[in-house]
Design a protein around this ligand. Sequence first.
Ligand code: SF4
Ligand code: SF4
Length: 427
Amino acid sequence: MLKKSFFGLVIPQFEYERLPAVLPEAEKVAASKTITLFHARNSDQNRPASIRIGDKVNTGQKISLFADDPAYVIASVSGTVSAISPHTGDFGKAYMAITIDIAETETFDDQFATLAPSPTLENALEYLAAAPGSPPLQTLADSDKPIKTIVITGVDSDLLTGTRQYITGTRLNDIKDGIRILKNITGIDRIIMVTGRDTIQGFGHIGADVKSIDTTYPAALPPLIMKNVLGEILPAGQTCEDMGVCFMSAEAAASIGRAYAGGKLPVHKVLTLITKGGDRHLIQTTIGTPIKDILNVYGVAINEEDRLVFGGPMTGSAVYSLDQPVLPDTDAILVLDRSQAAYSSDYPCINCGDCVRTCPAQIAVNMLVRFLEAGQYEQAADEYDLHSCIDCGLCSYVCVSKIPIFQYIRLAKYELDRAKTAEATDV
Ligand code: SF4
Ligand code: SF4
């Protein structure tokens, strides 16, 4: 159990979670009856589906909605498909939620086992994109944006979360295998493992350069790692991938290593549960386990106006259902009592300047927020550096008027991105 308390800190200078040198096993939490997998919904749904209610599936079986669908999920249990229904995620992202009733006896699918002795980028893309940690294989395979450097992050990017640190401390051999395989299948030699300043010792030869970063938030966010470790400033509006750098979590690298070494697709996710009052637990559960099953094990009751967040306190996203399943990239579940949750208000900006003083990107946030509130996103980007924002959430945290600045920023970036994609499609 992790013990440091976050609640009650008032100065916006936060240290990342630091786990003890000797780590206990993550606490195992099983799904009670069902798991649910979110399958991306990209195309015409009026075709005959290749998966139906009543179908039996085995653990590790690849499931696609349609025979020619490039999207897929991996069955994390053996059982029977009991529901397939539309689900809308953040910013209207469309999914099909595939629910599987768990069978008493587990049977493993062996399709990946036949490919495991010969790792290639193609078979990694075919089977490992939904593995724990969500390995960014599509990014590595994108010939329009060739990747020259892979950065593996052994530090958690948000506060209170110990997931990546735990994986780095307990699965170094899997990470080492993952690094070797990544080099072989991508041809990329420059792999950098990033860890906390106080944990840089003890890696031995893992096949990557090991670099340390500061232990103060937001040093573990990719734009700051680019600047402080790689010595490259991310230009406004560009992504790390535009600069030839692909970030992946330690868990993603470990998943690749473990899958090829053992011939089995990993289906268990490590995450940090932060309960009301700040108690923390490192948990290992099956991908697709509903949050309610996890909260039941720890006796966490959810009352009206309490808040559930996927991710850490600075950059996490609220979820609105106890049936929400653990996803391959869910690193933390944060439960906030209504008295702890920072509810946004209708108060106007009082121009106190706290957000400006706090912003690591030195943006005039007090001005930016005026354009964001008015929905003038292009002006916000052109005149007030919206695209220089590194998505740290500190401005929202310090705002005395409780303006949801970070949420406005996310929405603005999403809308501008959507408009850009629509324009490109129309050409
Ligand atoms: S989230 Fe706010 S504080 Fe952080 S970089 Fe963006 S504007 Fe600045
Ligand atoms: S912290 Fe909030 S109230 Fe103060 S200047 Fe920034 S947006 Fe305005």
